[in-house]
Design a protein around this ligand. Structure first.
Ligand code: G3H
Length: 541
């Protein structure tokens, strides 16, 4: 079959969708979790269309997979009020509950979540077009993350279960919650990245307002009853609706204590400024990135190609950690480009359920047009699409384009394309890519390819002060989840990892007293009677 045939026959007839991967029917969500109950919704809804198109007599159409409530400010405010009530100025049942009891609630939730795996995985695949294999991985990684979070909190709590005595003062130091958290996740990891902030925020005793991402909303619907059944009323509340309508009043209320968002720096900036007392707002943000790969003369080109393909095209380049620009030394550029072209040409494209599929349709309706405009702009400024069929598109699918040579006049040089376009820049002097990173607005990660220890050493020291992770001879990535995930400049605020997230969503509080006989007796009495959850030597095994 020619490429053209493959591309034009990419999307199936409705009847050709394998039954085991098909949704049982459309999912029309008409309820949402707020204040401990699933509230019914009779107002406007947003129709959810899949990136997967279906052949119809009138041409290709994105398949409708369901709809969800488009609530307004009133409903969002009711959810905020519920979260504020549940926190009750830190005196609510959840923020004062013992760590062991909170862990038990999260474990119960995890069990119920696992029971919904198949439904959630199918929805990830249909809602954002992620391959079935990667959708399963996203679910499993999230469950592992929750287990790791529980273990990390147990460790933290064990370390806090004793008293420190210094300079005649007895103290017990623990981490306490911060208040009401507004949590918003991204479409590319709608479950995983939302939960890597939501779960630590929750388990540390905060109450939550949780807005699912625009694409990847239905993914969360099967889990809402589990949230309702496992946590006290008002601890987890969902908000649905247009972000630009419902979020502003929430921020302006001043009742949000923590903003956690994986999204754009522009939106994060706007939201923070809406808070009447920015000093009271903690922000935990994963933002824009334009990670570069630097391939030197001394690189193993085959390895560099393999990692750059994974780095720039996994989930069609829609990862914040994706390699979004490649600098290659001019002396090895031809070899690199030839091998890169060959490797990209071998990637299988198709429907997310197809075995070994790597490239799939894109969920954002504007994305194919945007990517084409980036490529056209690069061509107008002197670059070429060097791989056969690069940039060819059919509806929501865009075939990867390798664009060379890219320069500073092109949009692809600075903009985060977040899609299957690979800009490649030749360089003669290693100072060129280093300066690119220094001058960039972003500072998340870099991938350096070289087999020369001395060369690597001279690059590592300046680069660790530009970005937050220097990857040697491998692509950029977030994991393993125990590693710190953060960024400089417009790429992040605060640090996420299993352990760092527990710290980010809490603050250290301590109880202290002078070491007198009377005070020792009082502390002993409280500890023996187990009458305080904070002042306690209880040990979680
Ligand atoms: O979208 C950004 C994600 O945090 C990337 O995670 O590197 O594991 O794909 P990943």
């Amino acid at each position: 079959m020619t490429f053209e045939d493959q591309l034009s026959h990419l999307f199936p007839d409705a009847a050709a969708i394998p039954a085991e991967y098909n949704l049982p029917g459309e999912i029309h969500q008409r309820s949402y979790l707020s204040d401990g109950v699933m509230k019914n919704w009779h107002g406007d809804v947003h129709t959810v269309v899949s990136p997967i198109c279906i052949k119809t007599p009138s041409g290709l159409e994105r398949r409708v997979i369901g709809s969800y409530p488009l609530c307004g400010q009133e409903e969002a405010k009711a959810s905020l009020d519920a979260a504020v009530r549940a926190y009750a100025d830190g005196r609510g049942e959840w923020p004062t509950m013992s760590v062991a009891e909170r862990i038990a609630c999260v474990e119960k939730f995890t069990g119920k979540m696992i029971a919904k795996k198949q439904e959630v995985v199918q929805l990830i695949m249909w809602e954002i077009g992620k391959s079935y294999g990667d959708s399963v991985k996203e679910f499993d990684r999230t469950v592992e993350y929750i287990h790791a979070t529980i273990d990390a909190l147990k460790n933290l709590d064990r370390k806090s279960s004793s008293f420190a005595i210094e300079q005649g003062i007895i103290g017990q130091i623990r981490r306490s919650p911060l208040g009401v958290v507004l949590c918003m996740g991204p479409f590319n990891y709608p479950l995983n990245e939302t939960f890597t902030t939501l779960i630590p925020a929750l388990i540390m005793g905060n109450t939550l307002l949780f807005k699912p991402p625009k694409h990847g909303t239905l993914v969360h619907f099967p889990l809402l009853e589990a949230f309702r059944d496992c946590f006290p009323a008002g601890v987890v509340n969902t908000i649905y609706g247009r972000g630009n309508v419902i979020i502003q009043p929430l921020m302006e209320s001043g009742k949000i204590n923590v903003l956690t968002l994986i999204g754009s720096s522009k939106v994060a900036d706007q939201l923070k400024k809406m808070h009447p007392k920015v000093n009271r707002l903690r922000a935990i943000l994963g933002l824009d990135a334009k990670n570069a790969a630097i391939i030197t003369e001394k690189a193993d080109i085959d390895l560099a190609v393999k990692e750059c393909v994974l780095g720039s095209l996994s989930f069609n380049g829609q990862r914040c950690t994706a390699i979004k620009i490649i600098y290659v030394h001019r002396s090895v550029a031809d070899t690199f480009l030839e091998k890169l072209t060959d490797a990209v040409g071998k990637l299988k494209f198709g429907m997310p359920w197809e075995k070994d599929v790597f490239l799939t349709p894109l969920p954002e309706p504007q994305k194919p047009g945007y990517l084409q405009s980036c490529v056209a702009d690069a061509v107008a400024h002197g670059a070429k699409v060097i791989n056969p069929n690069g940039g060819a598109a059919n509806a929501s699918f865009v075939y990867p384009a390798i664009v060379y040579p890219v320069n500073e006049k092109m949009k692809l040089y600075r903009e985060e394309q977040f899609g299957p376009v690979i800009p490649v820049v030749p360089f003669d002097d290693i100072e060129t890519p280093v300066r690119y990173l220094i001058e960039a607005d972003h500072g998340q990660q870099v991938a350096v390819f070289s087999n020369d220890a001395a060369e690597l050493a001279t690059l590592i020291d300046p680069l660790v002060n530009q970005v937050s992770r220097v990857n040697i001879n491998c692509q950029c990535q977030r994991g393993p989840d125990i590693f710190p995930f953060t960024g400089r400049k417009d790429s992040a605020e605060a640090t996420l990892s299993v352990f760092d997230a527990l710290r980010a969503f809490s603050i250290r509080s301590l109880v202290a007293t002078k070491q007198t006989e009377e005070n020792k007796a009082l502390i002993n009495e409280i500890v023996s009677a187990q009458s305080s959850n904070f002042l306690s030597t209880k040990y979680i095994f």
